[in-house]
Design a protein around this ligand. Structure first.
Ligand code: SF4
Ligand code: SF4
Length: 449
C-alpha cells in the first residue's frame, strides 16, 4: 500500500441530488452506519412525526460522530432534512452529549426550522436507541419494539451524512484508538484491511496487540489484521493483548459458564445497573445467571430476551467480574424458541424511580475499564489511502448477502455497482470503493487496483 501524507480533512462534496426517497437510499446502498447495518430504505419507508439524529456516541475512546458534526455538518443537516421529508416528520432532534458545548452552539446556529439540538448527559449507553428516545422524548419504546412505535425514527450521524451526500456508499468514517501512535478519525475505502488503517494511525505502540472492532463495550474482537473494513465499522481499538478487555472478549463460553456458576452470589448489581431494566423492560441479568445452575424456567428465559448487549452488567456492574451479558446472549434463542415475548401492556411500562441516579458517567466507565492511560482524542484527518486491493464483503448489513452483478475480470470504477439484494430479501447494494479489476469469491468482491 502506498499512503500519502496527512492533511486537514476535506468533506466530500456529494452528488447530483435526486430528491429524498427510500428508493434512492436503496440505490445508494445506505445502511445504518452505527453498527447494526439495517438498510436505511426499509427504515425510512414509514411515517412518523420525529426524526432523531443519534449523535450520543458513547463507546469509550471513539470520536467519529463528534468529529463529523464538527467538520461535515452541511451534509449531515441536509441528510437530516431529507430524512424528515421522507417520513413526513415535522420535527427533528439532534441528541448530542452536553460536554460538546462548541459543537452544540454551531449546530444551533445552523439547524433548519423544526430541528432542535438536545444536550444529553455524558453517560453510557446514551446512544442506545431505546435510552436515547427516552432521554429526548420521555417515551419508552416497548420491549422488542422500534422507535416508530413511539412515533419516531432514529438515524446515526454518518447515516444521515450518507443520505445528505447522495452518492453510493464507498467509504467509511472510523476512529482508530487505544495503543496507536496517533489516535485519529479517518475516512477509509470500504474493504481496506484494518491493519492498513492501524498503520495510518502511526501503527501500534506495543508489539503484541488485540483489536476490538466497533468500540470496547459492544466490540467484536478482530480475528486478524486482514479483516476488511465494512460499512458498519465505526471504530478500531488497539490494545495490548494482555489487556483485561481483550482477555474478557476472548473468554470461551465454557469458562464463562464455569466461573459464573460457582461465583455468582445473586447480589443483583447487574440488574440494578442494567439500562433496559431501569427503563422498565422485563430484563434481569441476575435471573439469567440462575440458568447456569439449576433454573431454566420461562421466567429465566424471558429475563434475557430484551437485553441490548450493551455489556454494562459485565464490564461495570458485576463486583465478581462475571459475564451476565454473555449469559443473556446465550439464553436468548431459548426464549425465542419458546415464544416467550412480552405480553403485557406497553403503556404499563414505566422507568425505575432511581433510573436517573444510576446512570454511569463515561469518566467512571473509562477508569473501570482500565482505559485511562490512552489518549482520548480522535481528530478527523485527511489520509490519502491507495490500497493495492480491497475486499468488499457481500454482507455488510442486516439481512442476507447481496448477489454479485460483476464477474471475474470485470473492470470497475469507484462507485460502480458490485452486488444487489436477492429478490424479496432484506439486504443492501454494494459498490466499488476503488478503481480496478474484480475477482468474485464466496463472500466478497475483491478489487485489485
Ligand atoms: S452482579 Fe455478578 S455476582 Fe451479582 S448477580 Fe449479577 S452476575 Fe451475579
Ligand atoms: S448487556 Fe447487561 S446491562 Fe446491557 S442490557 Fe443486557 S443485561 Fe442489561
Amino acid at each position: 500500500m502506498t499512503n500519502q501524507a496527512k492533511s486537514p480533512h476535506t468533506a466530500p462534496t456529494g452528488g447530483h441530488f435526486k430528491g429524498p426517497s427510500a428508493d434512492r437510499l436503496e440505490e445508494l446502498g445506505i445502511v445504518g452506519a452505527g453498527g447494526g447495518g439495517f438498510p436505511a430504505a426499509v427504515k425510512f419507508r414509514t411515517s412518523v412525526s420525529l426524526v432523531i439524529a443519534n449523535a450520543a456516541e458513547c463507546e469509550p475512546l471513539l470520536h467519529k460522530d463528534k468529529e463529523l458534526l464538527h467538520h461535515v455538518a452541511g451534509p449531515f443537516l441536509r441528510g437530516l432534512t431529507m430524512a424528515m421529508e421522507m417520513v413526513g416528520a415535522r420535527e427533528g432532534a439532534i441528541g448530542i452529549k452536553e460536554k460538546y458545548v462548541d459543537i452544540i452552539a454551531a449546530l444551533e446556529s445552523l439547524a433548519p426550522a423544526g430541528v432542535r439540538v438536545v444536550p444529553l448527559p455524558d453517560v453510557y449507553p446514551a446512544g442506545d436507541e431505546f435510552i436515547l428516545v427516552h432521554l429526548i422524548t420521555g417515551r419508552v419504546i416497548p420491549p422488542g419494539g422500534l422507535p416508530k412505535d413511539v412515533d419516531a425514527v432514529v438515524a446515526n450521524v454518518e447515516t444521515l451524512i450518507n443520505i445528505g451526500l447522495d452518492v453510493p456508499v464507498t467509504h467509511k468514517y472510523l476512529t482508530v484508538a487505544g495503543a496507536v501512535q496517533n489516535p485519529v478519525t479517518l475516512r477509509v475505502p470500504v474493504g481496506i484491511t484494518i491493519g492498513e488503517v492501524i498503520e495510518a494511525a502511526g501503527g501500534a505502540t506495543v508489539d503484541d496487540i488485540g483489536v476490538l472492532l466497533g468500540g470496547v463495550m459492544m466490540a467484536k474482537p478482530a480475528a486478524n489484521l486482514d479483516v476488511p473494513v465494512s460499512k458498519t465499522t465505526g471504530g478500531i481499538v488497539v490494545l495490548p493483548a494482555s489487556h483485561s478487555l481483550i482477555q474478557r472478549h476472548n473468554a470461551p463460553w465454557i469458562q464463562v459458564q464455569r466461573i459464573g456458576r460457582s461465583a455468582c452470589d445473586q447480589c443483583r448489581f447487574c440488574t440494578e445497573f442494567c439500562p433496559r431494566f431501569l427503563l422498565g423492560h422485563p430484563i434481569q441479568p441476575h435471573r439469567a445467571m440462575q440458568s447456569l445452575g439449576f433454573a431454566t424456567g420461562a421466567d429465566v428465559a424471558v429475563a434475557t430476551l430484551y437485553c441490548c448487549e450493551c455489556n454494562l452488567c459485565t464490564m461495570y456492574a458485576c463486583p465478581e467480574d462475571l459475564d451476565p451479558k454473555t449469559v443473556c446472549v446465550q439464553n436468548k434463542p431459548l426464549a425465542r424458541e419458546r415464544g416467550l415475548t412480552f405480553k403485557g401492556d406497553p403503556a404499563s411500562i414505566t422507568p425505575h424511580p432511581m433510573a436517573e441516579f444510576r446512570r454511569v458517567p463515561m469518566r467512571r466507565l473509562i477508569a473501570r475499564l482500565g482505559l485511562g492511560e490512552f489518549n482520548n482524542v480522535g481528530p478527523l484527518t485527511e489520509y490519502a489511502f491507495a490500497p493495492r486491493s480491497v475486499k468488499v464483503l457481500l454482507k455488510q448489513h442486516a439481512g442476507v448477502p447481496a448477489a454479485p452483478v460483476v464477474k471475474c475480470g470485470d473492470r470497475v470504477r469507484t462507485g460502480d455497482l458490485l452486488a444487489i439484494p436477492p429478490e424479496g430479501k432484506l439486504s443492501a447494494r454494494v459498490h466499488a470503493s476503488i478503481d480496478g479489476v474484480v475477482k468474485v469469491t464466496g463472500d466478497a468482491v475483491i478489487i485489485e487496483a
